[in-house]
Design a protein around this ligand. Structure first.
Ligand code: C2E
Ligand code: MG
Ligand code: MG
Ligand code: MG
Length: 282
């Protein structure tokens, strides 16, 4: 009996693998078309000053309007895009679309920065500086209000090219933020070597301080990250703030900026314009 069930399990497992491989392949084929089929959209989520409550910037978050499966978060397709090099086209679209939006906000007199997420594969590409430079030039957006979000592992995986690209972009005034800070493998030495302007504390650490009586150690970890950013002269953002309780602790710890569902979910461009109180048709 055991043997029989074992064989069935094996067959099932094998089929599941084939199904998964096929799904991936199909997704890759569809992904290749997504830019030219105009299926991508940027949603925006505000970053606020934790003291004044003012919106100081927004993060652009990618959405794919899949023809059959509805709106997909990057969790469902960025890995496939990276494996097949489709990420280059996608990132180019994201940077250009984000810069065009930034320019509109700048023309409306808003002093907000715009952050876009960059994949590891993009920083392996030494010509990536050019992609960003062209988007800035084409749209006329002010580079000092553009920020690129990269993860710690992106730096480690592409040491030489990443350093060069980031230094070139920093010289143009573009900001560099470390996303999901605390989840990767970087060391203090890494953070010093790269021209980083901001740390974004990963939301798992913020989640840990949400109970009424948070663990002292959990608070201490967040506090240490804030102190580190301060002493390295970097800005610091807490990701994933969902409660006023978390907000209060972060304020007390001296965290400057925050982002999360407490302020707003990621929303389409016209809704963020409403949050700013400007005419969306601008
Ligand atoms: P991320 O850059 O760390 O973005 C934050 C993610 O957390 C977003 O998920 C956002 O919707 C979610 N989030 C924000 N506030 C809260 C909160 O209070 N609670 C909880 N539970 N979640 C919150 P999203 O939009 O699904 O994006 C997932 C990830 O996909 C991003 O993580 C980023 O790594 C990647 N991504 C997004 N847009 C792009 C893009 O244009 N290019 C690339 N390469 N990656 C992208
Ligand atoms: Mg991000
Ligand atoms: Mg993040
Ligand atoms: Mg994250």
């Amino acid at each position: 009996f055991a043997k029989k069930s074992g064989r069935n399990t094996y067959a099932f497992y094998n089929d599941a693998l084939t199904v998964e491989a096929n799904n991936k392949l199909r997704l890759a084929v569809e992904l290749r078309q997504c830019v030219q089929n105009e299926e991508l959209e940027l949603f925006y989520q505000p970053q606020v000053d934790l003291v004044t409550g003012n919106i100081i910037g927004v993060e652009a978050l990618l959405r794919w309007h899949h023809p059959e499966r509805g709106v997909l978060s990057p969790f469902h397709f960025i890995d496939v895009a990276e494996e097949r090099s489709i990420i280059h086209d996608i990132t180019q679209w994201v940077v250009e679309t984000g810069c065009r939006q930034l320019k509109q906000w700048q023309d409306a007199g808003l002093m907000v920065s715009l952050a876009v997420n960059i994949s590891p594969r993009n920083l392996a590409d030494i010509t990536f500086t050019q992609v960003v430079a062209e988007a800035l030039e084409k749209t006329g957006a002010d580079p000092r209000f553009l920020e690129l979000e990269i993860t710690e592992n992106t730096l480690i995986e592409n040491q030489a090219s990443a350093l060069k690209v980031l230094e070139q972009l920093r010289e143009k005034g573009v900001g560099i933020a470390i996303d999901d800070f605390g989840t990767g493998y970087s060391s203090m030495a890494y953070l010093k070597r790269y021209p980083i302007s901001k740390l974004k504390i990963d939301r798992h650490f913020i989640k840990d301080i949400q109970s009424e009586a948070p663990d002292e150690e959990e608070v201490a970890i967040v506090s240490a990250m804030i102190a580190m950013a301060d002493s390295l002269g970097m800005g610091v953002v807490a990701e994933g703030i969902e409660t006023t309780h978390q907000q209060a602790i972060l304020r007390e710890l001296g965290c400057t900026f925050g982002q999360g569902f407490l302020y707003s979910r990621p929303v389409p461009a016209d809704e963020i314009a409403e949050l700013f109180g400007i005419d969306e048709s601008l």
